[in-house]
Write a protein that binds this ligand. Structure first.
Ligand code: TXA
Ligand code: MG
Length: 343
């Protein structure tokens, strides 16, 4: 199959909407990461997503809609009052909420679960695609399963060339990490995956929020998974990744000694303000704070593979605000190999 890379324009949205309605898969930009979309009401189309990604069939997809009114076609019954408040505060945006699944959604979308994950993305191109297709769009991140999520059309092309007909190139994703996944079926609401909408932002609206314990550690043997995606190895670059946390000076000392004692092609990932601590070494900037780090992280991990790096040493950031999402992704990419250099 030939994969067309198109800029957003009237003709490309028309063609993309036709492809979706014919049961094909189209990659499109969102503010978090690029999505791999198909008609969420068409089981055969949705199966093509799993095939293109090499995604296990027991990992459910997020259904994307363009306006809150459209949620009635996707969930069963009414949105709980607290979910309405969250929708008002953070939709469109990087928040995915889990509801009881409606009948229009085939079970392959939700991997057989009786719940469904729903999001309204805050991106003009995503909105336009959903509106022109006149369908809810099921979409996981548009990477091959296990690879870092794509934040540019080129990342998508690198993973999907030859296996999907079209990629809409809407430039770099703004947030850079995937949406917050929040179970809102009962109180307290529960964060299953941290993202751009932080636990504090959620608590500000509904008072109380729980964060799943598995967010900052690997799953224990036999542990029940609330969000199936959490159990898979994710975001992993080919090189071995080690995270070092603690006071900046100590972190830098620990990273430098790890770096010096490692053979082969190696690279350090550090915050802009600390670059001078790694003079003379191969170092890559993750930006000035945790939100720039969110924006750059997946691109940095992909670059490590392109450069053929076999050992990566990364600074940690505080797991506060969007830093929680960054540390969750970085932690999983490192299989939670985190060294404490001390305060
Ligand atoms: O920002 C995003 O969320 C991006 C863009 C494209 O919207 N999408 C994305 O999808 O990251 P994906 O498939 O890569 O991640 C969806 C996560 C997975 O961890 C999955 O297990 C979880 O959401 N999920 C989906 N439906 C669920 C459900 N019914 N119950 C629990 N977890 C669910
Ligand atoms: Mg994904």
């Amino acid at each position: 199959m030939n994969t067309k890379l198109v800029k957003p324009c009237a003709a490309s949205f028309e063609e993309a909407a036709q492809l979706i309605n014919k049961g094909e898969v189209v990659a499109f930009p969102t503010e978090t990461v690029y999505g791999l979309g198909a008609d969420a009401t068409n089981g055969e189309a949705v199966k093509k997503i799993f095939l293109a990604k090499g995604r296990p069939g027991d990992n459910p997809l997020i259904v994307h809609i363009a306006s809150v009114d459209d949620i009635k076609n996707v969930i069963s019954g009414e949105m709980p009052e607290w979910a309405k408040k969250l929708a008002e505060a953070y939709w469109p945006g990087p928040l995915t909420m889990i509801f009881e699944k409606g009948e229009n959604i085939p079970s392959c979308v939700t991997a057989g679960l009786d719940s469904v994950a729903v999001r309204i993305p805050n991106h003009e191109d995503a909105k336009r695609l959903i509106e022109e297709a006149k369908k809810p769009i099921a979409a996981p991140s548009a990477n091959l399963s296990g690879r870092p999520s794509p934040t540019t059309a080129k990342h998508v092309f690198d993973d999907m060339n030859g296996s999907i007909p079209m990629i809409i190139d809407g430039g770099e994703s703004d947030v850079g990490v995937e949406s917050t996944v929040l179970d809102v079926r009962s109180l307290p609401v529960k964060v299953l995956r941290p993202g751009g909408v932080t636990p504090k932002m959620i608590a500000d609206v509904v008072g109380e929020v729980e964060v799943a314990g598995s967010v900052m550690r690997p799953l224990k043997e036999g542990e029940t998974v609330l969000s199936p995606g959490m159990k898979y190895k994710h975001y992993a670059p080919e090189g071995a990744l080690v995270i070092v946390k603690g006071a900046p000076r100590r972190v830098a000392d620990a990273i430098c000694s790890l770096y010096d004692s490692t053979e082969g092609k190696k690279c350090i990932l550090a915050l802009e303000g600390n670059l001078a601590l790694y003079r003379g070494k191969n170092v890559f900037s993750l930006g000035k704070d945790s939100s720039e780090m969110a924006h750059r992280l997946f691109d940095a991990l992909r670059r490590m593979d392109e450069l053929g790096v076999n050992a990566i040493f990364s600074e940690a950031v505080d797991a506060e605000g969007i830093g929680l999402a960054v540390m969750n992704r970085l932690g999983r990419a490192a299989a939670f190999h985190i060294v404490d250099a001390g305060e």
